[in-house]
Write a protein that binds this ligand. Sequence first.
Ligand code: PLP
Length: 373
Amino acid sequence: MSAEPGGFVPPPYPYDRLRELEALAAEHPGGCVDLSVGTPTDPPPAAVVEALAHSGAERGYPPSIGSPAFRAAASGWMQRRLGVAIDPAQVAACIGSKEFVAGLPQWLRLRRPGRDTVLYPAVSYPTYAMGATLAGCRAVAVPVDEAFRLDCSAIGPGDAERALCLWVNTPGNPAGGLDDLAAAAAWGRAHDVPVFSDECYVEFTWDGPARTILEYGTAGVVAVHSLSKRSNLAGARVGCYAGDAELVTYLSEVRKHAGFMVAGPVQAAAVAAWEDDEHVDLQRSRYKARLARTQRILAGIDIDAPLPQGAFYLWVPAPDGDAWAFARRLASEAGVLASPGDFYGDAGRDHVRFAMVRPDEQLDLVARRLGVE
Ligand SMILES: Cc1ncc(COP(=O)(O)O)c(C=O)c1O
């Protein structure tokens, strides 16, 4: 049965567009070094895997909002690492942050049917815009400045009046910028638009301390967190959202009706992950070392790769501004797969993103293939 004219046809998934380049990179002895998807490959802590295997939580249905232990552990982590006191009643579970990002516009629209617009950074994780599309809403990109901070003054009054939410992401994917969260929260409050702050890379902040929008109060703002990157648990699917009491309650009620639940054993693993910081400090040092090393390797082929202020990506201007040509050259000369910047919006089309998720031996391979270092 085919779609009706004008009906939604899912676009190709960004990474599926890389298959040809992946095959090219795979021709190198030793295979393709995949620096395209930001999927962790380092191990999660043993105590987390232990909790996953032996929680005994697999029999009954888990609480959709998160178990009391889950919400307390997330709140304790925010207090310890981000310096904010958030009542566990203002914290709820999500099945990783992607499903939350993608589903949010439809839930917000049910609550405010007169609005239909999602505002998001012009260079960003593609799911902000896709969430709008999946809800039949408008996705309106907000320009960013040279440091990848949102230019809220560029949001027109018409778009502000129609906005269901404003997304901000800091440290940001793909460019690793640190946004002005006080300014975003203030803009949202002034315009009666909830601000959702995607902080899944918060513990990989390199310039200064980790920062959260919750430092500026919880009214009208929600921070979204994930254990995918913090604890190398992308396969377990778990995160949380926290902030404005009314919004968190509304969203958790809707999600309970829809059957969104983090698996019980995964909730137990999340408690262990949020209670431990040592593994995060180790992971930080791995990412920092790989960022510096990959920067050196690229310098060896005359590519200038600025280090990010946060997150674990290098966001690199493509020679001649042609990102796909640069990605092809990397695949054929270095056996490296990288993400062309148009995956993150038209405004990113002249850059390429490298994810620091492969072990050192794979970077050794790249250095050897290029004859650098
Ligand atoms: C900015 C940003 N937000 C959210 C996600 C989704 O992560 P997860 O669903 O694993 O929590 C990603 C994944 O790469 C991301 O880069």
